[in-house]
Design a protein around this ligand. Structure first.
Ligand code: PLI
Length: 458
């Protein structure tokens, strides 16, 4: 089979109809939603690129798995299938199911963090950093500088900068660092991978400093694809082999299975250490459910176990990332400023460049996302100053270098024609960009403000 094409290795068996709306309808809808695309009704959306989380199309095998649910309160057979699959594909010995990724982050943070600790990571993620902070830690960004530069073509922008890690140890001492959190295919950097070479060095660093290595494995298969494409030593390995090798270098993992593993709900905390597992079992019953379901139905654990096996197939991930690359290349050809290299799960529009007339305090990415929706019914998400939130000590807004709008592609859902419509919509908005105004808050939630904040035009 030609590797020049990213044509999908599946055919469509069932469709969901979507509603077409008028510009007037969309203008009314975005005003009602306070210019926040999270507050739109999905019925009012034409092409939904808000997120890739929980919105993928399950396969016929996964749906068959749904019918095989063992809904026992304790000891469901689907839990054992999931646990064995996690060990076989991801290497981790113990699995604690959770309702989704942030459930796992809560349990992990409560167990490993003591107040006053520091947690280094390759860029923040919103819920991950919040759970670290709620447990009393301070997040420290140790990703390479190139990750904060949308123009940099570095092939592994998810890599760790060891000077930054060493500086943190010099400043606070290694005893204040319970673990380092490494995300694969770093979301906030634009879906950018970490190399296996760099991850091996992180492993060695952790061993030297007696620090645990925790893996946010939400998009590990996409990261493995980039390693196969860009890291010479791995060009003949399968994605499945690379995924296993990545996981095997780390001590524990949090997983939002709503992404890579193509289920509508679910996640887990996984680890190799028996004592850690015992503590996690103690907490999962408080926050999620019994340790053999942790907030998931038996049927959902079955769909997840099957989804894991599908997510690491080379032809699947080739088509999945291929579609994202297609959209990114078309936008670039149309002169739209995007984050380079094109990411694994999304194309990120460079809003500060597109809307250079709007200062960052007036939320250019939020305004761009709202304008794109009004123009075409395409829903995207702000990933800039609103998502970054405020420093918990000073109350000041974090001001990230990256002021982005994310066009996130659900897995196995949209067609090439939908991608072409999206390109047309973004170029339309580009042409009218001088008419787009900045925004100000009319309501600002204290935590994870981007989800429910409301705005008005200035
Ligand atoms: O949405 P959760 O609670 O299942 O997972 C939280 C989470 C953790 N890590 C990373 C890297 C994520 O991307 C993530 C969730 N991401 C969402 C919802 C997104 O739209 O990107």
């Amino acid at each position: 089979m030609s590797t020049q094409t990213w044509a999908e290795p599946y055919k469509i068996k069932m469709v969901e109809l979507i509603k077409m709306t008028s510009r007037e309808d969309r203008l009314a809808a975005i005003e009602k939603a306070g210019y926040n695309t999270f507050l739109l009704r999905s019925e009012d959306v034409y092409i939904d690129l808000l997120t890739d989380s929980g919105v993928s199309a399950m396969s016929d095998r996964q749906w068959a798995g749904i019918m095989m649910g063992d809904e026992a309160y304790a000891g469901s057979r689907n839990f054992y299938h999931l646990r064995d699959t996690v060990e076989e594909y991801y290497s981790y010995r113990y699995t604690v199911p959770c309702h989704q990724g942030r459930g796992a982050e809560n349990i992990l943070s409560q167990i490993l963090i003591s107040p006053g600790d520091y947690v280094p990571g390759n860029m923040y993620f919103t819920t991950t950093r919040l759970h670290q902070e709620l447990a009393g830690a301070t997040f420290v960004d140790v990703i390479i500088d190139e990750a904060h530069d949308p123009e940099s073509e570095h092939p592994f922008k998810g890599n760790v900068d060891f000077d930054k890690l060493d500086a943190l140890v010099d400043e606070v001492g290694q005893d204040k660092i319970p673990y380092i959190c490494i995300a694969t295919c770093v979301n906030m950097a634009g879906g950018q991978p970490i190399s296996l070479e760099n991850l091996r060095q992180v492993r060695a660093w952790c061993d030297r400093h007696d620090v645990m290595l925790v893996h946010d494995m939400t998009r590990v298969a996409e990261n493995a694809h980039f390693i196969q494409q860009r890291e010479d030593a791995y060009k003949d390995k399968t994605v499945r082999e690379i995924v296993y090798e990545i996981c095997d270098l780390t001590d524990a993992a949090t997983m939002s299975s709503k992404k890579d593993a193509m289920v509508n709900i679910g996640g887990f905390l996984a680890m190799n250490d028996a004592k850690f597992y015992e503590k996690a079992c103690g907490l999962v019953v408080v926050y999620e459910g019994l340790h053999t379901y942790g907030g998931m139905a038996g049927r959902d654990m079955e769909a997840l176990a099957i989804g894991i096996t599908e997510s690491v197939q080379d032809e699947h991930i080739h088509a999945r990332v291929g579609q994202v690359q297609y959209l990114g290349r078309k936008l670039r050809e149309a002169g739209v400023p995007i984050v380079n290299p094109i990411g694994g799960h999304a194309v990120f529009l460079n809003a500060s460049k597109m809307l250079a007339h709007i200062p960052q305090e007036h939320f250019p990415a939020q305004a761009l996302s709202a304008a794109l929706y009004v123009d075409s019914g395409v829903r995207s998400m702000e990933r800039g100053i609103v998502s970054a939130g405020r420093n918990k000590e000073t109350g000041e807004n974090y001001k990230p270098n990256l002021e982005l709008v994310r066009l996130t592609i659900p897995r196995r859902v949209y067609t090439q024609a939908h991608m072409d419509v999206t390109v047309g919509a973004v170029t339309d908005v580009m042409e009218q960009r001088s008419t787009i105004k900045g925004l100000r808050f009319t309501y600002e939630p204290e935590m994870l403000r981007f989800f429910q904040a409301r705005f008005e035009p200035i």
